[in-house]
Design a protein around this ligand. Structure first.
Ligand SMILES: Cc1ncc(C[n+]2csc(CCOP(=O)(O)OP(=O)(O)O)c2C)c(N)n1
Ligand code: SF4
Ligand SMILES: [Mg+2]
Length: 264
C-alpha cells in the first residue's frame, strides 16, 4: 500500500481550473500542437523524439533539417528549426550540400521507407559510403503511408499492405531490404541503430540512439543513421490499438532493433 493520498475530483459542479491540455506536452520546437496524422500513427512520436533530442543537445540554432515526402512532412510546417524539402530520396544528397557549404551546421534528414529505400536508395548508400558528416533518420512503417498504404522495399513477408492484403509473398513480391544492416557494412558509416516507438521502453531506447547519432556528427566521426520503426494502422489495414503489437510481431521480427555499429 502507498501512503500517497488519492485526490478525487468533484463531479457535482464544473471544474474550477481547466483540464491539462495535450498542448502542454508539445515540445518547444513544435510551434502548433495540432497535426493531421492518423490516431495511433508512430510518426509524431518519432518526430517528437528527434526534436526533443536536438533541443536537449543544445543544437537548435545550428540545426538544418532536410525532409523527404511522406506523412511526416506535415511537421515541416510547424517545426521551429530550418527545414528544406527534397524530392523523393534526395534528402541525404541535399544534406551533403548543406553540410559542405556550412560545416558548422548540424544537418539531419527525415525520410520514410518508400522515399528512402524505394525511390532514392542510391542517395543514402552513397552518402554513407562517402562518410558524410550528416545524420539520417528513417521512419520505417513498411508502406507508402501517405499515398494509401502500398508495399515498399522494407515491407516484411506476411505484412498486409494495400496491394498485399493477404500478406507479402516472396514468390510474387520478393524479399525486404534491411537498410540498416546494409548501411552498417559501409566503411563511412560511423553509427547505425534501429529503434521503434511502439512501447514506452522502445521510445526511451530510440531517444538514446538519436542522441548518440547527433553526438557522432558533433564529434565529426562520419555518417550516422537511426532507423525508427513506426506504427501505420491505416496503411496496415488493422485496428489502431493492434498496431503496437503488430509492429513487434511483424516489422520488428525482421528489422531487428539494436545498435548495429558504434564508433566508440
Ligand atoms: C516522384 C514522386 N513519386 C510519387 C509521389 C507520391 N508520393 C507522395 S508521398 C508518397 C509515399 C511516401 O511513403 P514513405 O516514404 O514510406 O512515407 P510515409 O508516408 O509512409 O511516412 C508518395 C509515393 C511523389 N510525391 N513524387
Ligand atoms: S497513413 Fe500511416 S503513416 Fe500516414 S498518418 Fe496515417 S498512420 Fe501515419
Ligand atoms: Mg512509409
Amino acid at each position: 500500500m502507498t501512503d500517497v493520498p488519492v485526490r478525487f475530483l468533484p463531479t457535482d459542479r464544473p471544474p474550477t481550473e481547466p483540464s491539462r491540455l495535450v498542448d502542454d506536452f508539445t515540445p518547444d520546437l513544435i510551434d502548433v500542437g495540432a497535426h493531421h496524422l492518423c490516431p495511433g500513427c508512430g510518426e509524431p512520436i518519432a518526430m517528437r523524439s528527434i526534436v526533443e533530442a536536438v533541443a536537449e543537445a543544445g543544437l537548435v540554432q545550428q540545426t538544418v533539417g532536410v525532409f523527404g515526402i511522406g506523412c511526416y512532412t506535415a511537421f515541416s510546417n510547424n517545426l521551429d528549426v530550418e527545414v528544406l524539402q527534397a524530392l523523393h530520396g534526395r534528402a541525404p544528397s541535399l544534406a551533403t550540400g548543406v553540410k559542405r557549404a556550412k560545416p558548422e551546421t548540424i544537418v539531419l534528414t527525415v525520410q520514410g521507407d518508400g522515399d528512402m529505400v524505394n525511390e532514392g536508395l542510391q542517395e543514402v548508400l552513397h552518402t554513407a559510403a562517402r562518410g558524410e558528416s550528416v545524420t539520417c533518420f528513417l521512419l520505417n512503417n513498411g508502406v507508402f503511408g501517405e499515398t494509401g498504404g502500398h508495399i515498399t522495399a522494407t515491407t516484411v513477408l506476411g505484412q498486409r499492405t494495400k496491394n498485399t492484403l493477404e500478406g507479402r509473398d516472396p514468390h510474387r513480391d520478393g524479399y525486404p531490404i534491411l537498410i540498416s544492416n546494409l548501411l552498417a557494412q559501409l566503411e563511412g558509416a560511423a553509427y547505425v541503430a534501429r529503434g521503434a516507438v511502439n512501447t514506452a521502453g522502445n521510445v526511451a531506447r530510440t531517444k538514446r540512439m538519436i542522441h548518440r547519432a547527433l553526438e557522432t556528427q558533433v564529434a565529426g566521426r562520419g555518417f550516422s543513421f537511426v532507423e525508427i520503426l513506426t506504427m501505420c494502422p491505416t496503411g496496415w489495414f488493422i485496428e489502431t490499438q493492434e498496431a503496437p503489437d503488430y509492429l513487434d510481431d511483424h516489422l520488428a521480427a525482421v528489422h531487428v532493433g539494436g545498435v548495429l555499429k558504434d564508433w566508440a
